[in-house]
Design a protein around this ligand. Structure first.
Ligand code: PLP
Length: 351
């Protein structure tokens, strides 16, 4: 007998980090920003007229796309926006990765890439990072149907040199190369400067980390006009109204407050450097971070046991039960106070 379950698309979903619903926890497990969004975002929220909710939002996301284009000093036809960069990258996979050859990405990287590839039936090859978790650019010069690289990479926190990125883009003219810059505001050099030079480059950004707006779900991509047009064609074939009226206003308000943005990014970088040194003092191996998190290997206790014991104490960090990185913890950079609580508890645990 046939069953409707025979016709179900069976996938192994992405596992998001835990969002504990209790208060008074130190939550440094999903790379959120510990600081609130800009005061201008609060103002925009207050000024929003709920009357507007009766209408559909602008399908072109015009106001926000104009603000982003102006911010980066590029043409608005070079910007695409979506419901977080997850939506933007998923849409890009659907749009650009339709060849017969496998797409390429590192074996250790954002764990959504293989999930989208499986969902959309895209073949892929995971290229091992070197022993020190860096990318060897020459490994990306082989037959492929597309490339995606997170820069800085997650969960390693390591940035790839912009010259190496350009080398990969330049030597793959018949593939779209996506550079996922979720963490670029915290270090590394952006590939945005290359979008006018290469028509096969798509740079993806998010408001979730550096702009403290993970809950608002805003992501965007920058590329040549053709790339953006193809992305929009797919978007309008799936869901035309992605960002809400309210979200668009909040996004514009954030972009307009550059001073606040730079200020919190700098604070996080300072805290990162301070507590990277503190962890090293406790014998941890800490990779060189260009992001808002630390990737660290504990000493005197294994990573999983430390993860569990910290959780018992209401301190949430991220552990990946995955080959090559199962001795590491990914620790988002919180406030100095939160990071000090972490250090004090680790000291207490490892004695
Ligand atoms: C957080 C993250 C994203 C997704 O961010 P959203 O904009 O919140 O969807 C994409 N890529 C990487 C590497 C990330 O760390």
């Amino acid at each position: 007998m046939n069953c409707w379950k025979d016709n179900v698309k069976k996938v192994v979903p992405y596992t998001p980090g835990e969002q504990p619903q209790i208060k008074n926890v130190v939550k440094i497990n999903t790379n959120e920003n510990p600081y609130p969004p800009s005061p201008k975002v609060y103002e925009a929220m207050k000024n929003f007229d709920a009357d507007n909710l009766k209408k559909y939002p602008d399908p072109l996301i015009g106001k926000l796309i104009e603000a982003i284009a102006e911010y980066h000093n590029i043409d608005k036809d070079m910007v695409f926006a979506g419901v977080g960069s997850d939506d933007v990258i998923g849409m890009a996979f659907l749009t650009f990765f339709n060849g017969d050859k496998p797409i390429l990405f590192p074996d250790i990287t954002y764990s959504f890439y293989d999930v989208w590839a499986d969902l959309f039936g895209i073949k892929y090859e995971q290229i091992p990072l070197l022993e020190d978790f860096t990318i060897r650019k020459e490994d990306y010069i082989r037959e492929n149907g597309g490339i995606i690289i997170a820069n800085p990479n997650a969960p390693t926190s390591i940035a790839l040199d912009i010259d190496d990125i350009e080398y990969i883009i330049k030597n793959n003219p018949s593939s779209v190369v996506i550079i996922d810059e979720a963490y670029i505001d915290f270090g590394g050099v952006s590939a945005l400067g290359l979008v006018n030079k290469y028509d096969n480059l798509l740079v993806v950004r998010t408001f979730s980390k550096s702009r403290s707006m993970a809950g608002a779900r805003i992501g965007y991509a920058v590329g040549c006009k053709d790339i953006i047009k193809y992305l929009n064609d797919v978007k309008y074939s799936y869901n035309s109204y992605t960002l809400s009226n309210l979200t668009i206003d909040l996004g514009v308000a954030s972009i307009k407050d550059d001073e606040y943005f730079r200020n919190i990014v700098n604070k996080i970088i300072e805290t990162r450097e301070k507590y990277s040194a503190e962890l090293k003092k406790l014998g941890f191996t800490v990779l060189d971070s260009s992001s808002n998190f630390l990737f660290a290997k504990p000493s005197g206790i294994n990573a999983y046991d430390l993860f569990e014991e910290l959780k018992r104490r209401n301190i949430f960090v991220r552990y990946f039960n995955k080959q090559r990185i199962n001795e590491y913890l990914r620790i988002s950079v919180g406030t100095d106070k939160e990071m000090q609580i972490l250090i004090d508890n680790i000291k207490d645990i490892i004695g």
